[in-house]
Design a binder for this molecule. Structure first.
Ligand SMILES: NC(=O)c1ccc[n+]([C@@H]2O[C@H](COP(=O)([O-])OP(=O)(O)OC[C@H]3O[C@@H](n4cnc5c(N)ncnc54)[C@H](O)[C@@H]3O)[C@@H](O)[C@H]2O)c1
Length: 510
């Protein structure tokens, strides 16, 4: 499936297309250049000597030739899809992204552009306005429209990626992160040469979504088995890992097989870990089914399981071959789990996206109606961080905001608190500490608490827990750095400071 960039002249289809192709690790094709190469002359010359209709038929044949090309980013001419045959071809063989911008921006870009455009010859403003008016209905008939009003081409290309929900990660392994329907999974595995898939899921997810995934795999010629394990953090242990290893053997998985982790963070962490160790490592694909795992756990290649002494104490860095997040899967997620996942979304806002934090502060109803946007924005924060620091040598530790206290609280609650609930409590406790020691601006702790509360998350350490229990639990936290524990403390919304803390009792003082 190609990515077709289309839209009025001056929207930067070629410039943005090149950057997009590089970001997504795909080839780039400029259709106008293909036409010029084939015709052996420039487009203005074709138009002048042979007329627009000849040019249009060359355009159609260049487009149809793309059917045999591997997936590419294709920049189309500004009128390439006026013809019904071309339009149908593009919509069947890819996704059309319509780029658009305000008139003044288009004029400014076209004035500074060296490309000659026969249809705009003469008074640029007048010609462009007439062309836009004539094609207004046509351009607006495409369903994915991206306003490219950002300052730089890089930012505009990123904007297109955000709208498409598509990223290519390369800092730890090479893999795509896609926000799209899980019904595409068979095709996506095939495209990537992944073989012999087995679905690992839990009892709750299995009843809603396993068949959908299996059906898509079958439609692509696979014969998937489904391995279902018990749900919940309490089962994220060596015993379950051992069950998975043995089931892989019984199912006949070999070194070329693929494990599909269909579930929340617990399934992702365990199926990923089992895949990383089975026969010294086989391929795995993340299909997150909770909000938390979509925006956080599924990306970044951290896999593992818990010991009775603490969470995630055993694990490996082992990136998946693909992450496919389908927001539709969240419709079956219990509301409490959705709310729990919002803690990580707010966390991402606090770390580096003040706009996302503001959106979250609108409360749960707004979030539920705008899940697609929330997921894509929150994913973006995580992706940027893990691409910069895949092995947590530095800034990736920012993602631990709220987690040092949060993990301890989660453990002391004996997992009666959900992960996100514990993280929400942890974020507020850590923000209060940051304010007390002067790292954070005054009132930041309150702002974070208000936002989390509006989403229905807890913000205070439960009364039945003692400070001592939590501190003791923090001491076995794996982020321990010699005698100190590295905290990710908020400085302001959008800014984090990593700080080693030795006196843990102080963190929880009132
Ligand atoms: N690897 C990482 O980088 C990373 C990052 C953050 C968190 N995590 C880990 O993630 C785990 C928490 O993940 P989680 O919150 O997704 O918990 P989870 O996987 O336990 O899922 C929560 C519950 O929701 C159910 N469920 C999941 N998807 C569903 C759906 N679509 N419909 C109905 N029910 C559904 C599950 O069966 C489970 O009962 C923790 O173990 C944490 O350590 C890992």
């Amino acid at each position: 499936m190609h990515i077709f960039l289309y839209g009025p002249p001056g929207t930067g289809k070629s410039t943005i297309g090149k950057i997009l192709a590089q970001n997504l690790s795909l080839p780039f094709i400029d259709l106008d250049q293909v036409i010029e190469l084939k015709a052996g002359m420039t487009i203005p010359k074709i138009m002048k000597q042979q007329g627009e209709s000849v040019f249009r038929s060359l355009e159609t044949s260049a487009l149809i030739d793309l059917e045999d090309e591997r997936e590419s980013v294709v920049a189309l001419g500004a009128g390439a899809l006026l013809n019904d045959e071309n339009r149908d071809f593009a919509l069947t063989n890819g996704r059309v992204i319509l780029l658009t911008a305000e008139l003044e921006i288009l004029i400014e870009r076209l004035q500074n552009d060296s490309v000659k455009r026969p249809l705009l010859k003469g008074d640029l403003r007048e010609k462009l306005m007439a062309l836009l008016e004539k094609r207004n209905e046509h351009y607006n008939s495409f369903s994915v429209i991206v306003n490219i009003n950002e300052e730089t081409a890089d930012q505009n290309a990123y904007q297109v990626q955000m709208v498409m929900g598509r990223h290519h990660l390369s800092a730890m392994g090479e893999y795509d992160v896609l926000v799209q329907s899980v019904e595409q999974i068979g095709h996506l595995l095939q495209e990537r040469g992944l073989q012999n898939p087995v679905i690992v899921t839990d009892e709750n997810v299995a009843k809603f979504h396993a068949e959908k995934v299996a059906a898509s795999l079958r439609a692509s010629g696979f014969n998937p088995k489904v391995l279902t394990i018990s749900a919940g953090e309490a089962h994220k242990n060596l015993e379950t890992i051992s069950i998975l290893w043995r089931s892989f053997l019984e199912t006949g998985l070999d070194r070329k097989s693929t494990v599909i982790a269909l579930g929340g963070g617990v399934i992702g962490d365990m199926a990923g870990f089992a895949a990383s160790t089975y026969m010294r490592g086989i391929a795995w694909v993340g299909v997150p089914t909770t909000l938390l795992s979509m925006v956080d756990a599924s990306m970044g290649g951290k896999t593992g399981f818990d010991l009775p002494e603490g969470k995630n104490l055993i694990g490996s860095f082992y990136p998946p071959k693909l992450v496919l997040a389908d927001p539709q899967l969240l419709h079956t997620l219990p509301q409490a789990e959705l709310i729990s996942g919002m803690a990580e979304v707010v966390k991402h806002g606090i770390i580096s996206d003040p706009e996302l934090f503001k959106l979250c502060s609108r409360g749960l109803d707004w979030v539920k109606n705008n899940l697609d946007e929330v997921i894509k924005r929150a994913m973006e924060v995580k992706i940027k961080i893990i691409e910069e620091d895949p092995y947590e040598k530095g800034f990736r530790a920012a993602l631990n905001l709220g987690h040092t206290v949060g993990h301890a609280v989660e453990l002391v609650s004996k997992f009666n608190l959900r992960h996100g609930e514990a993280i929400a409590i942890g974020m507020v406790a850590e923000a209060r500490y940051a304010v007390r020691i002067g790292v954070a601006e005054k009132g930041l702790d309150e702002a974070i608490a208000v936002s989390l509360k509006a989403l229905g998350l807890p913000i205070d350490i439960p009364n039945e827990m003692t400070r001592e229990e939590i501190v003791n639990s923090m001491k076995v936290d794996k982020k321990k750095n010699s005698n100190a524990i590295r905290f990710a403390l908020p400085v302001e919304i959008g800014k984090i400071k990593l700080m080693d803390v030795t006196n843990l009792e102080k963190v929880l003082e009132n």
